[in-house]
Design a protein around this ligand. Sequence first.
Ligand code: URA
Length: 197
Amino acid sequence: DANIAIPSGTYSSLDELAASCQQCHRCELAKGRTHVVVSRGNPQAKIAIVGEAPGQQEDETGLPFVGKSGQLLDKILASVELDPERDVYICNVNKCRPPGNRTPTTPEIEACKPYLLEQLRLVNPKIILLTGATAVKGTLGEKRGITKIRGQWFDWQGFLCMPIFHPAYLLRNPSRKEGSPKWLMWQDIQAVRNKLT
Ligand code: URA
């Protein structure tokens, strides 16, 4: 029940949080899921990446960003020598797949938000990358669109955050020419890399 609060500090470990997510029925998305998708990567990483919600492959495997978008995300990370298993922790705003991959609704985002907050509090990354509009909506409370705010640094809950394009958007816009979404992503991921060193 989404009306039952999950205060900050409820979980003392990511395992405890994941176990709670497996039992969750705080929103309607619980009905259609095969797996609850909590995370992949390294909980000790300096970078956390927040996506939208599981798609079909993610729902089937129980792991975030393992389909086409995830494969592109891994390539983007590798292009600046970031290892997807070692250097990042990957999760989503919503832990269950929306029917037909529709965008999660505001109540669904709000129902799942305590898990995201607890997850990020326990991981305590140096940098959080917010991929696409839903990740921004689930965190910053920023009204400007992703095209306006991508590549900028924000403070959210004491975390250093950068909105970036969602990899699915890059798959629909394959051009690499100057000023294109892919070109802008390359600028952004290099800025992230430079912030680490
Ligand atoms: N898109 C997302 O936002 N998250 C996933 O886990 C997969 C695709």
